[in-house]
Design a protein around this ligand. Sequence first.
Ligand SMILES: NC(=O)c1ccc[n+]([C@@H]2O[C@H](COP(=O)([O-])OP(=O)(O)OC[C@H]3O[C@@H](n4cnc5c(N)ncnc54)[C@H](O)[C@@H]3O)[C@@H](O)[C@H]2O)c1
Length: 332
Amino acid sequence: MIRLGIIGAGRIGKVHCESIGRYVKDAVVACVADPFMNDETEKIVRSFGAQKVCKDYREILDDKTIDAVLICSSTDTHAKISIEAIEAGKHVFCEKPVDHDLAKIEQVKKALEGSKLKYQVGFNRRFDHNFEAVRDAISSGRIGHLDVLKICSRDPGAPSVDYIKVSGGIFLDMTIHDFDMVRFLSGDEVESVYAVGGVTVDKAIGEAGDIDTAIVTMKLKGGTLAVIDNCRRATYGYDQRAEAFGALGQVAISNDCKSSAVISDADGVTAEKPLYFFLERYMQAYVKEISEFVRCIREDMPVPVGIEDGLQAVAIGLAAKKSLATGAPVKL
Ligand SMILES: NC(=O)c1ccc[n+]([C@@H]2O[C@H](COP(=O)([O-])OP(=O)(O)OC[C@H]3O[C@@H](n4cnc5c(N)ncnc54)[C@H](O)[C@@H]3O)[C@@H](O)[C@H]2O)c1
C-alpha cells in the first residue's frame, strides 16, 4: 500500500482526496495538511478516508511512513515544497503549474538530478478518455499529417478576483492545460505563439490586471497550426472540445454530458448541458492520473507527465503573455 500525504485541502486537494479514497487501488491518504485546517475540512477529508490531518505540511515530510506527497497548495508554494519534499525523500505529484518562473522550475529539476524519486505534474486532461482518443487517432497515423489542431476550453464561471490576483494570469492558470494538450495531442513542440485577449466577462478581472477571454494561435515545429480559444464564462457549462484535421481525415470530440438523452417535442430538440466543471468532467481523469503515479512508484517506472512537460507548458504560457503585451508573435 502506497501511503500518500496531501498538502493543501482546497478545491483540488479535496478532489484528489475523494478520488484516492473512493477509486485508487493500492494507495491510502495517510495525512492531509493545510494551514487553515478546520473541523469542516477535517470532516470532509476524513469522510473520503484520510487517516489524519495537520496544519503544517512539514509533519508529512517528517513522517517516514509516508511514501509520496501530492502538492495541491497555491501555486506560489509549489516549487519550495517540491524541493523540500525531494530532500525528504518523498515521491512528488505536483499540481500545475509547477511555478510561474522558469528559473524556479529549473531548481526543482536540479533537486531531482541523480535521484530515483518520481515527480509527476498534474496535467489531468492527458488521462481523459476523449483526449486520449484524439491522441491515439493522431499518433496511429489515422488522420495523416496533422495540419490544424483546434482546442476549445471555456470555464462555466470565473474564479474569485482574489484567486485571479495570485493565479499568474489566464495563460499560466487556465490555458496552461491547453498548451500541454497541444504538445500531448500533436507529439510536437511549439515554435511560435501569438495571443490576443480581452475582458468580456468581468471588469474586475481586467482591473486585477488579467484578461478573461483569449485566442492563442501557434505554429508547431512539424508545420501544424494550432488554435486555442478560452473564456472564463460559458453559460451552458464546462466547454471542453478538440478537433484535429489532417491529410487523411479529421477527429473531433464533444463534451461529456450526464446522459446522451435528446428530447424532441413541439418546442424543439433539447439535449443535456455539458457536465458543470472540472470536478464533474474530469473525475475519471484524476483517478487515472493518480493511479498511474502510484503504479510508477510501485513498479519503478518513468512517470507519464514529468518535470520537463511542466516546464515546457509554462514556457509557452510566458511566451503567450509576452505576445499579448507586445502585440507580436513570440518565438520559443
Ligand atoms: N489540475 C486541475 O484540474 C486543477 C484544478 C484546480 C486547481 N489546480 C491547481 O491546484 C492548486 C490549488 O488550486 P485550488 O483551486 O485547489 O486552490 P484553493 O485556493 O481552493 O486551495 C489551495 C489550498 O492550499 C492551502 N495552502 C496554502 N499554502 C499552504 C501550505 N504552505 N501548506 C499547505 N496548504 C497550503 C490553502 O489554505 C488552500 O486551502 C493551484 O496551483 C491550481 O493551479 C489544478
